[in-house]
Design a protein. Sequence first.
Length: 319
Amino acid sequence: MQLSIVIPLLNEEESLPELYNWIVSVMQSNSYSYEIIFIDDGSTDESWDTISNLALKDPAVKGIKFNRNYGKSQALHAGFLAAKGDVVITMDADLQDNPDEIPELYDLIKKENYDLISGWKKKRYDSVLSKNLPSKLFNAAARKTSGVKLHDFNCGLKAYNKRVIKNIDVYGEMHRYIPVLAKNAGFVKIGEKEVKHQARKYGKTKFGMERFINGFLDLISIWFLSKFGKRPMHLFGALGVLMFFFGFIAAIWIGLSKLYKMYHSQPNILVTDNPWFYIALILMVIGTQFFLAGFLGELILRSKREKERYLISKTTGIN
């Protein structure tokens, strides 16, 4: 199979029929063999009924319905597991992503051997203050921290070689950083294509300003995991030893100072009256805790087991 179109969604019943017809038109005009995988992330409207009806009339349509809302990353994870195409395209269900971009994205993966192509919505139809400006700041921070030179990490329209989506783990809210996850997994041929952005036609956005706060927190997480995720002792152990060392040196200095004053018959000042006593104590205690945190991290890393991260209530067309 040439193409898998993976579409996570939440309460998009109005846009689904139009999106489906648009995608099918593009697929047929290019003679692609394809599948369309809709992942219903706990919708409370009639989205699942719409997907089920589409699947009844078209075997290329497949659906996964979550038991509740788990988030876009979990939806993509489920879609990636189900995808069978050589090239996987992800897009949003709100009609703001343009299916006419798919042939060029497909060619970049298959003919130019890219591992991943990320869309860049250079011209946007969102509010400047609520989305455009925060998005620019977020993307600038992501480029600087990750080293992946993309203009638009948040764009839902992306194309992947099948090897990429089968070898990365999208979890938490890391869907924004799939290019970074791909790079960390060794897929370095990552490109970007300017794509058309369209104004929302139905409903309202499911994301607020909190996504940028969460995005920056996730950026810190992925930076840490990429550097120390496989070796937590290298960070926590090093910090722990360093802090304990300085605390220990301070404690020795306090002890020698006390002995010196006793030897020279100077006023008998209690060790606890010296503020350095508390500084040394705190450094040694925190240093020990950091070291233990690194040690426990190593133990957890070696004994962790995969756990189910979402509960699927229904599927249609999935083998």
